[in-house]
Design a protein around this ligand. Sequence first.
Ligand SMILES: Nc1nc2c([nH]c(=O)n2[C@H]2C[C@H](O)[C@@H](COP(=O)(O)OP(=O)(O)OP(=O)(O)O)O2)c(=O)[nH]1
Length: 131
Amino acid sequence: MKQTKKVVAAIIENNNKEVLCALRSPSMSHPNMWEFPGGKVKENEDIFTAVVREIKEELYCTIEAGEVFLVNNHKYENFYVELIAIKCNIVEGVPIARVHEKINWLLRENLACLHWSPADVPVMEQLIKGM
Ligand SMILES: Nc1nc2c([nH]c(=O)n2[C@H]2C[C@H](O)[C@@H](COP(=O)(O)OP(=O)(O)OP(=O)(O)O)O2)c(=O)[nH]1
């Protein structure tokens, strides 16, 4: 049976109404695709704790988690992902790409210009619809 990965992703919007997007590096799985930063939820960890931890590890800043924006179940070739997108705010620090190739702030209307990880496409589309 295919494994299911439970993954949290942070939807972070700045004061200019731009959304934080992160490019997976060539050494990561799903290389060279854009995603909402985050990662796998650990066993016995709640999703809100997980997203705060992942953003601290990956982007070196502190966020607070808000409400769940969208949950998308996606089937990749070798595994399933339950992608849980959570609205978040930065409360301390400035995001720095530590594991990603780069990060970018984009207006919602421009999000479709990027090449997204397939599981992220419905999240990106919902953000554009919600403008
Ligand atoms: N962080 C994050 N991961 C995503 C998104 N969309 C998506 O398909 N994924 C996938 C990529 C990975 O397979 C998994 C997240 O894993 P991860 O970022 O914690 O770590 P990883 O590269 O070591 O994962 P792995 O594939 O090697 O198990 O979910 C997204 O928006 N954010």
